[in-house]
Design a protein around this ligand. Structure first.
Ligand code: CA
Length: 224
């Protein structure tokens, strides 16, 4: 998931569209307030930040991200106007991972996003979960289930990670739907059931570790 904060509607929409077309989940926000609201709900893998924004500007957002241990190492790319602003921002060295001077080509942006994500993967971000014979590495995007590598779609992967992060806790369908598909997703909780079913089958013998709690939802690990 990639978050983009950009107040110019046409640039934001084009960027989100381009990223989605390149196979990424992407969400755009026109101001810091909207961005932080979604950050509280779900953290992305990468953030693209415009600098000049109404209200809190991109540099203030970056500073906050870097100041919080949970997001201190989150890859951030600043989108800056060419010229004086670009020079000033580079000079400040606020700790962004990359800077992209506007105007830029979409393919160049996608290439840089991919390279940043790769770089983030090879850094030692301890975001791995193990329950019995089920092992998930978020940075490597791999799942080993009872000795077999499971090939999951992005949504199935996010669903599994969400369950594992909350191991032993019963998660309602609504909570799962909100966490994985977002508030504005207009599907139904049945979507969760369908994904749980395919996830279980892809996990093979480890699929039984995802427990159905009748009338409530699902959980992984802990007592049945
Ligand atoms: Ca702007």
């Amino acid at each position: 998931m990639i978050y983009l904060v950009e107040d110019e509607d046409n640039i934001r929409e084009l960027l989100v569209y381009t990223l989605q077309n390149s196979g990424f989940d992407a969400a755009g926000f026109s101001c810091g307030a909207d961005f932080w609201r979604e950050m509280a709900n779900r953290a992305p893998h990468l953030v693209l930040l415009d600098i000049m924004l109404p209200g809190e500007d991109g540099l203030a957002i970056l500073k906050k991200l870097r100041g919080n241990p949970a997001t201190a190492r989150l890859p951030v790319m600043m989108l800056t106007a060419k010229g004086a602003e670009y020079d000033r921002v580079l000079g400040l060295d606020m700790g962004a991972d990359d800077y992209m001077p506007k105007p830029f080509g979409m393919m160049e942006l996608v290439a840089r996003v991919k390279s940043l994500l790769r770089r983030a993967e090879t850094g030692a971000m301890p975001d791995e979960y193990r329950i019995g014979e089920l092992f998930v590495s978020v940075p490597r995007h791999t799942v080993s289930a009872c000795g077999v590598e499971a090939r999951l779609t992005l949504k199935e992967f996010e669903l599994l990670v969400f369950l594992m992060r909350n191991a032993g806790i019963v998660l309602t369908r609504d909570r799962i739907l909100t966490a994985i598909w977002g508030y504005d997703f207009d599907g139904e909780t049945r979507t969760v059931d369908v994904h749980i079913r395919t996830l279980r089958s892809k996990l093979g013998a480890c699929g039984d570790m995802i427990l159905t709690v009748r009338g409530v939802g699902y959980k992984i690990g802990g007592e049945a």
